[in-house]
Write a protein that binds this ligand. Structure first.
Ligand SMILES: *Cc1c(COP(=O)(O)O)cnc(C)c1O
Length: 220
């Protein structure tokens, strides 16, 4: 069933939209089922869980950290993680760079924006992001690649509100692209859209959706 769900999903979304199958809280057996369909991109939101699964499962899986990560936990995922979606502090980025270097790897990162109405202590606004991108220290970091932006819309039934938030994230992406990454092909990811809102997200320019429950079933 997981296999069918993932195959169907990939048929339904445009070719240029990447699917991150969010396997958090699900057992390795569920991941293997998706893996057997040929899928290789999986998302987790806890450092230890990502590390445990990565250690056990195939080396050719691309692990994405989609949840908030504490600086002190970066070291657990650094040997395994392909992309971290949730960067909202220079301090975290500094640690990612350091641990990537120790592991002789390059880790891709996204800048997470706060676009939802709900209060949250996580996520950047445009000013925060610009301050970060202007920093000289960032230019010295050789073991990270800034790939784009990520955001989560409000948990609401109001589609127009969700749409507005995705439009805002897309706009932030475009303005950072113009200001900081004009000739940089690496900066090309807009990670937005989950099970409940991915269709709107794609309409508003997402090229990476993060789907959990629609593939693996509801979480406990
Ligand atoms: C859990 C999670 C998802 C997937 O959510 P679903 O609603 O199950 O599709 C996507 N992004 C992040 C950051 C998550 O924590």
């Amino acid at each position: 069933m997981i296999k069918d769900a993932i195959v169907q999903f990939k048929k339904d979304i445009p070719d240029d939209v990447q699917l991150v199958a969010v396997s958090k809280t699900k057992p390795s057996s569920a991941i293997l089922e998706a893996y057997d369909s040929g899928h290789r991109i999986f998302g987790e939101n806890r450092a230890q869980e990502l590390a445990d699964k990565a250690e056990k499962l195939a080396d050719d899986i691309h692990w994405h950290m989609v949840g908030h990560i504490q600086t002190k936990k970066v070291k657990y995922i650094a040997p395994y993680v392909t992309m971290i979606h949730s960067i909202d502090k220079l301090k975290t980025l500094r640690e990612v760079n350091k641990r990537a270097e120790q592991n002789e790897r390059v880790i891709q990162v996204l800048l997470q924006f706060h676009i939802a109405q709900e209060e949250s202590k996580f996520g950047l606004n445009v000013q925060d992001a610009e301050n970060m991108l202007f920093s000289d220290e960032l230019k010295e970091m050789q073991n990270i690649i800034i790939k784009g932006v990520m955001g989560m819309a409000s948990q609401t039934d109001q589609q127009d509100q969700i749409r507005k938030e995705f439009q805002e994230l897309r706009k932030n992406f475009e303005s950072l692209k113009e200001k900081f990454f004009n000739n940089n092909e690496d900066f090309n990811v807009v990670s937005m859209g989950m099970s409940n809102d991915y269709k709107i997200a794609i309409e508003e320019g997402s090229n990476m959706i993060r789907i959990g429950s629609d593939i693996f079933g509801a979480r406990e």
